[in-house]
Design a protein around this ligand. Sequence first.
Ligand code: SF4
Length: 318
Amino acid sequence: MISRETIHATAFELNRLAAIQIPGDARQAVGRMYKRETNKISKYVLGQILENYRIAVDEQRPMCADTGLPRFYVKVGNEAAVEGGMVALEGAIRQATAEATAAIPIRPNRVHPISRHDYNNNVGVHAPTVDYSFEPNVGWLELTAVHKGGLFGGDYRMLFPADGIPGLKRFFLDCISEFFRRGMSCQPLVVGIGIGGTKDTCVRLAKEAGCLRIVGDRNPEPEIAALEEELLQLGNSTGFGVMGLPGDGAIMDVHIEIAYAHTGGMPVAIQHFCFAHRRMSARIEGDGSVHYREDPGWFTPFYRRDSVGFEELEEQEA
Ligand code: SF4
Protein backbone atom coordinates (compact mmCIF):
# COMPACT_ATOMS: atom_id res chain seq x y z
CA MET A 1 0.00 0.00 0.00
CA ILE A 2 1.42 3.39 -1.00
CA SER A 3 0.67 5.89 1.74
CA ARG A 4 -0.81 9.33 1.24
CA GLU A 5 2.09 10.80 3.21
CA THR A 6 4.64 9.25 0.82
CA ILE A 7 2.81 10.76 -2.16
CA HIS A 8 2.63 14.13 -0.40
CA ALA A 9 6.33 14.16 0.52
CA THR A 10 7.35 13.04 -2.98
CA ALA A 11 5.17 15.65 -4.69
CA PHE A 12 6.67 18.36 -2.49
CA GLU A 13 10.23 17.26 -3.28
CA LEU A 14 9.45 17.04 -6.98
CA ASN A 15 8.18 20.62 -6.93
CA ARG A 16 11.39 21.71 -5.20
CA LEU A 17 13.70 19.87 -7.56
CA ALA A 18 11.79 20.93 -10.68
CA ALA A 19 11.92 24.61 -9.72
CA ILE A 20 15.66 24.62 -8.99
CA GLN A 21 17.49 21.88 -10.85
CA ILE A 22 17.29 21.95 -14.64
CA PRO A 23 17.72 18.36 -15.94
CA GLY A 24 21.02 17.29 -17.46
CA ASP A 25 19.69 16.72 -20.99
CA ALA A 26 18.53 20.36 -21.27
CA ARG A 27 21.68 21.75 -19.58
CA GLN A 28 23.88 19.81 -21.99
CA ALA A 29 21.79 20.90 -25.00
CA VAL A 30 22.18 24.56 -24.04
CA GLY A 31 25.91 23.92 -23.47
CA ARG A 32 26.25 22.53 -27.01
CA MET A 33 24.38 25.54 -28.42
CA TYR A 34 26.71 27.86 -26.51
CA LYS A 35 29.78 26.18 -27.98
CA ARG A 36 28.62 26.42 -31.59
CA GLU A 37 26.96 29.86 -31.44
CA THR A 38 28.89 32.43 -33.51
CA ASN A 39 26.76 35.52 -32.83
CA LYS A 40 28.48 37.42 -30.03
CA ILE A 41 25.36 38.64 -28.20
CA SER A 42 23.51 35.32 -28.52
CA LYS A 43 26.57 33.50 -27.22
CA TYR A 44 26.73 35.87 -24.25
CA VAL A 45 23.04 35.24 -23.44
CA LEU A 46 23.50 31.45 -23.68
CA GLY A 47 26.45 31.75 -21.32
CA GLN A 48 24.29 33.69 -18.86
CA ILE A 49 21.57 31.01 -19.03
CA LEU A 50 24.17 28.35 -18.17
CA GLU A 51 25.43 30.53 -15.33
CA ASN A 52 21.86 30.94 -14.13
CA TYR A 53 21.42 27.14 -14.07
CA ARG A 54 24.54 26.87 -11.89
CA ILE A 55 23.58 29.65 -9.47
CA ALA A 56 20.09 28.21 -8.97
CA VAL A 57 21.58 24.91 -7.76
CA ASP A 58 24.37 26.54 -5.73
CA GLU A 59 21.95 28.84 -3.93
CA GLN A 60 18.97 26.41 -4.01
CA ARG A 61 16.69 29.02 -5.54
CA PRO A 62 14.24 28.76 -8.46
CA MET A 63 15.95 28.97 -11.82
CA CYS A 64 13.60 31.66 -13.18
CA ALA A 65 11.69 34.38 -11.31
CA ASP A 66 8.59 33.32 -13.24
CA THR A 67 8.19 29.84 -11.85
CA GLY A 68 5.60 28.96 -14.49
CA LEU A 69 2.53 26.86 -13.80
CA PRO A 70 3.19 23.82 -11.59
CA ARG A 71 1.46 20.72 -12.94
CA PHE A 72 1.69 16.98 -12.43
CA TYR A 73 1.65 13.92 -14.64
CA VAL A 74 0.77 10.72 -12.82
CA LYS A 75 1.26 7.26 -14.27
CA VAL A 76 -0.66 4.71 -12.25
CA GLY A 77 0.31 1.05 -12.25
CA ASN A 78 -2.74 -1.15 -12.71
CA GLU A 79 -1.83 -3.13 -9.59
CA ALA A 80 -0.99 -0.06 -7.44
CA ALA A 81 -2.76 0.17 -4.09
CA VAL A 82 -3.02 3.76 -2.90
CA GLU A 83 -4.11 4.69 0.62
CA GLY A 84 -7.37 6.63 0.23
CA GLY A 85 -7.49 5.97 -3.53
CA MET A 86 -7.14 8.49 -6.34
CA VAL A 87 -9.00 11.23 -4.45
CA ALA A 88 -6.37 11.06 -1.69
CA LEU A 89 -3.58 11.01 -4.28
CA GLU A 90 -4.81 14.19 -5.93
CA GLY A 91 -5.41 15.77 -2.52
CA ALA A 92 -1.78 15.04 -1.59
CA ILE A 93 -0.57 16.67 -4.83
CA ARG A 94 -2.67 19.79 -4.22
CA GLN A 95 -1.49 20.04 -0.62
CA ALA A 96 2.15 19.59 -1.66
CA THR A 97 1.81 22.27 -4.34
CA ALA A 98 0.34 24.79 -1.89
CA GLU A 99 3.07 24.06 0.68
CA ALA A 100 5.86 24.15 -1.91
CA THR A 101 4.63 27.52 -3.19
CA ALA A 102 5.20 29.01 0.26
CA ALA A 103 8.30 27.06 1.25
CA ILE A 104 10.56 27.08 -1.82
CA PRO A 105 9.16 29.70 -2.60
CA ILE A 106 7.62 29.59 -6.07
CA ARG A 107 5.57 32.44 -7.47
CA PRO A 108 1.82 32.04 -6.88
CA ASN A 109 0.95 32.43 -10.56
CA ARG A 110 -2.49 30.84 -10.57
CA VAL A 111 -5.36 33.34 -10.43
CA HIS A 112 -9.08 33.38 -11.25
CA PRO A 113 -9.19 34.22 -14.99
CA ILE A 114 -11.75 37.04 -14.61
CA SER A 115 -11.62 38.37 -11.05
CA ARG A 116 -7.85 37.68 -10.80
CA HIS A 117 -8.47 36.35 -7.29
CA ASP A 118 -5.36 34.61 -6.00
CA TYR A 119 -5.15 32.08 -3.15
CA ASN A 120 -1.38 32.65 -3.24
CA ASN A 121 -0.70 28.94 -3.35
CA ASN A 122 -0.97 27.88 -7.04
CA VAL A 123 -4.15 25.95 -6.18
CA GLY A 124 -7.61 26.76 -7.51
CA VAL A 125 -10.21 25.50 -9.95
CA HIS A 126 -8.45 22.91 -12.15
CA ALA A 127 -5.15 24.01 -10.64
CA PRO A 128 -2.66 22.45 -10.46
CA THR A 129 -3.38 20.50 -13.63
CA VAL A 130 -3.05 16.76 -13.00
CA ASP A 131 -2.99 14.36 -15.96
CA TYR A 132 -3.14 10.59 -15.62
CA SER A 133 -2.10 7.59 -17.63
CA PHE A 134 -1.99 3.90 -16.74
CA GLU A 135 0.46 1.04 -17.05
CA PRO A 136 -0.45 -2.68 -16.96
CA ASN A 137 1.07 -5.35 -14.70
CA VAL A 138 2.94 -3.03 -12.29
CA GLY A 139 2.25 -1.82 -8.76
CA TRP A 140 4.08 1.51 -8.75
CA LEU A 141 3.09 5.15 -9.16
CA GLU A 142 5.17 7.56 -11.21
CA LEU A 143 4.88 11.30 -10.60
CA THR A 144 6.35 14.01 -12.78
CA ALA A 145 6.26 17.67 -11.77
CA VAL A 146 6.49 20.19 -14.60
CA HIS A 147 6.69 23.93 -14.02
CA LYS A 148 5.65 24.99 -17.48
CA GLY A 149 6.83 28.37 -18.72
CA GLY A 150 6.63 29.76 -22.22
CA LEU A 151 3.13 31.22 -21.83
CA PHE A 152 3.10 32.67 -25.36
CA GLY A 153 4.63 29.77 -27.25
CA GLY A 154 1.69 27.66 -28.36
CA ASP A 155 -0.69 27.50 -31.29
CA TYR A 156 -3.16 25.18 -33.04
CA ARG A 157 -4.18 24.84 -36.69
CA MET A 158 -6.64 22.49 -38.38
CA LEU A 159 -4.97 21.39 -41.60
CA PHE A 160 -6.46 19.30 -44.36
CA PRO A 161 -4.88 15.96 -45.27
CA ALA A 162 -3.89 17.55 -48.61
CA ASP A 163 -1.78 20.12 -46.70
CA GLY A 164 0.41 17.20 -45.66
CA ILE A 165 3.98 17.67 -44.48
CA PRO A 166 4.48 20.93 -46.46
CA GLY A 167 1.49 22.43 -44.60
CA LEU A 168 2.89 21.22 -41.31
CA LYS A 169 6.25 22.85 -42.07
CA ARG A 170 4.55 26.11 -42.97
CA PHE A 171 2.65 26.14 -39.66
CA PHE A 172 5.87 25.29 -37.80
CA LEU A 173 7.70 28.20 -39.43
CA ASP A 174 4.75 30.58 -38.94
CA CYS A 175 4.76 29.68 -35.25
CA ILE A 176 8.50 30.27 -34.94
CA SER A 177 8.38 33.62 -36.71
CA GLU A 178 5.38 34.73 -34.65
CA PHE A 179 6.87 33.93 -31.25
CA PHE A 180 10.65 33.81 -31.69
CA ARG A 181 11.13 37.24 -33.25
CA ARG A 182 9.77 38.83 -30.07
CA GLY A 183 11.55 36.41 -27.74
CA MET A 184 8.11 35.60 -26.34
CA SER A 185 8.70 32.01 -25.34
CA CYS A 186 12.27 32.39 -24.04
CA GLN A 187 14.47 30.45 -26.44
CA PRO A 188 16.34 28.15 -26.58
CA LEU A 189 13.51 25.70 -26.10
CA VAL A 190 12.06 22.34 -26.99
CA VAL A 191 9.22 22.34 -29.52
CA GLY A 192 6.50 19.78 -28.88
CA ILE A 193 4.16 18.98 -31.77
CA GLY A 194 0.92 17.03 -31.63
CA ILE A 195 -0.46 15.75 -34.93
CA GLY A 196 -3.92 14.24 -35.21
CA GLY A 197 -6.49 13.21 -32.65
CA THR A 198 -9.30 15.47 -31.56
CA LYS A 199 -8.42 19.11 -30.90
CA ASP A 200 -7.99 18.57 -27.16
CA THR A 201 -5.90 15.41 -27.62
CA CYS A 202 -3.76 17.18 -30.23
CA VAL A 203 -2.96 20.08 -27.89
CA ARG A 204 -2.37 17.73 -24.95
CA LEU A 205 0.06 15.61 -26.97
CA ALA A 206 1.98 18.69 -28.12
CA LYS A 207 2.52 19.71 -24.50
CA GLU A 208 3.46 16.21 -23.40
CA ALA A 209 5.87 15.89 -26.36
CA GLY A 210 7.56 19.14 -25.36
CA CYS A 211 7.65 18.55 -21.61
CA LEU A 212 7.93 14.80 -21.08
CA ARG A 213 10.63 13.57 -23.46
CA ILE A 214 14.33 14.19 -22.96
CA VAL A 215 16.44 16.08 -25.49
CA GLY A 216 17.71 13.64 -28.13
CA ASP A 217 14.84 11.18 -27.71
CA ARG A 218 13.22 10.08 -30.98
CA ASN A 219 9.71 8.85 -31.73
CA PRO A 220 9.70 5.06 -32.32
CA GLU A 221 8.03 5.47 -35.75
CA PRO A 222 10.94 5.99 -38.18
CA GLU A 223 9.03 8.45 -40.38
CA ILE A 224 8.07 10.57 -37.37
CA ALA A 225 11.63 10.41 -36.02
CA ALA A 226 12.95 11.59 -39.40
CA LEU A 227 10.45 14.46 -39.36
CA GLU A 228 11.63 15.46 -35.87
CA GLU A 229 15.20 15.68 -37.19
CA GLU A 230 14.12 17.57 -40.29
CA LEU A 231 12.12 20.17 -38.36
CA LEU A 232 14.98 20.60 -35.89
CA GLN A 233 17.36 21.39 -38.76
CA LEU A 234 14.77 23.60 -40.48
CA GLY A 235 13.98 25.56 -37.33
CA ASN A 236 17.64 26.12 -36.56
CA SER A 237 18.38 27.39 -40.07
CA THR A 238 16.05 30.37 -39.87
CA GLY A 239 18.57 32.82 -38.37
CA PHE A 240 16.77 32.97 -35.02
CA GLY A 241 18.96 32.65 -31.97
CA VAL A 242 18.12 32.99 -28.28
CA MET A 243 15.52 35.42 -26.90
CA GLY A 244 14.60 36.90 -30.29
CA LEU A 245 18.22 37.70 -31.17
CA PRO A 246 19.84 36.66 -34.43
CA GLY A 247 21.90 33.52 -34.06
CA ASP A 248 22.73 29.98 -35.11
CA GLY A 249 19.77 28.29 -33.46
CA ALA A 250 16.96 28.61 -30.94
CA ILE A 251 15.68 25.04 -30.69
CA MET A 252 17.11 22.33 -28.43
CA ASP A 253 14.95 19.62 -29.97
CA VAL A 254 11.67 18.85 -31.72
CA HIS A 255 9.42 16.10 -30.38
CA ILE A 256 6.34 14.87 -32.23
CA GLU A 257 3.51 12.70 -30.99
CA ILE A 258 0.63 11.46 -33.14
CA ALA A 259 -2.93 10.32 -32.59
CA TYR A 260 -5.30 8.82 -35.11
CA ALA A 261 -7.37 11.66 -36.58
CA HIS A 262 -10.69 12.17 -38.37
CA THR A 263 -10.21 11.12 -41.99
CA GLY A 264 -11.11 14.63 -43.15
CA GLY A 265 -8.52 16.53 -41.13
CA MET A 266 -4.94 16.79 -39.92
CA PRO A 267 -4.99 18.89 -36.76
CA VAL A 268 -1.62 20.16 -35.57
CA ALA A 269 -0.71 21.77 -32.24
CA ILE A 270 2.63 23.30 -31.26
CA GLN A 271 3.89 23.96 -27.73
CA HIS A 272 7.16 25.50 -26.56
CA PHE A 273 8.96 24.41 -23.38
CA CYS A 274 11.35 27.26 -22.58
CA PHE A 275 14.95 27.11 -21.34
CA ALA A 276 13.57 27.09 -17.78
CA HIS A 277 13.10 23.43 -18.54
CA ARG A 278 11.63 22.44 -15.22
CA ARG A 279 10.65 18.83 -14.81
CA MET A 280 11.49 16.06 -12.35
CA SER A 281 10.11 12.56 -11.94
CA ALA A 282 9.91 9.86 -9.28
CA ARG A 283 8.70 6.30 -9.04
CA ILE A 284 7.02 5.23 -5.80
CA GLU A 285 7.24 1.48 -5.49
CA GLY A 286 4.55 -0.59 -3.84
CA ASP A 287 6.75 -0.89 -0.71
CA GLY A 288 6.91 2.91 -0.41
CA SER A 289 10.51 3.36 -1.60
CA VAL A 290 11.01 6.41 -3.83
CA HIS A 291 13.45 6.71 -6.76
CA TYR A 292 13.98 10.14 -8.33
CA ARG A 293 15.04 10.51 -11.96
CA GLU A 294 15.15 13.11 -14.73
CA ASP A 295 13.54 11.11 -17.56
CA PRO A 296 9.74 11.06 -17.10
CA GLY A 297 9.38 7.84 -19.12
CA TRP A 298 5.84 8.95 -19.95
CA PHE A 299 5.61 7.59 -23.51
CA THR A 300 5.64 3.85 -22.88
CA PRO A 301 4.68 1.31 -25.59
CA PHE A 302 1.40 0.85 -23.74
CA TYR A 303 0.69 4.59 -23.77
CA ARG A 304 1.30 4.69 -27.54
CA ARG A 305 -0.56 1.43 -28.23
CA ASP A 306 -2.53 1.17 -31.48
CA SER A 307 -4.21 -2.19 -30.86
CA VAL A 308 -7.69 -2.88 -29.52
CA GLY A 309 -6.30 -4.42 -26.34
CA PHE A 310 -2.80 -4.72 -24.97
CA GLU A 311 -2.44 -8.49 -25.13
CA GLU A 312 -0.32 -8.15 -28.30
CA LEU A 313 2.10 -5.92 -26.41
CA GLU A 314 2.33 -8.40 -23.57
CA GLU A 315 3.09 -11.21 -26.02
CA GLN A 316 5.85 -9.14 -27.64
CA GLU A 317 7.42 -8.44 -24.26
CA ALA A 318 7.23 -12.09 -23.11
S1 SF4 B 1 9.13 31.67 -20.58
FE1 SF4 B 1 10.40 30.38 -19.23
S2 SF4 B 1 12.39 31.43 -19.02
FE2 SF4 B 1 10.88 32.90 -19.86
S3 SF4 B 1 10.08 34.01 -18.06
FE3 SF4 B 1 8.67 32.28 -18.46
S4 SF4 B 1 9.44 30.59 -17.20
FE4 SF4 B 1 11.10 32.12 -17.30
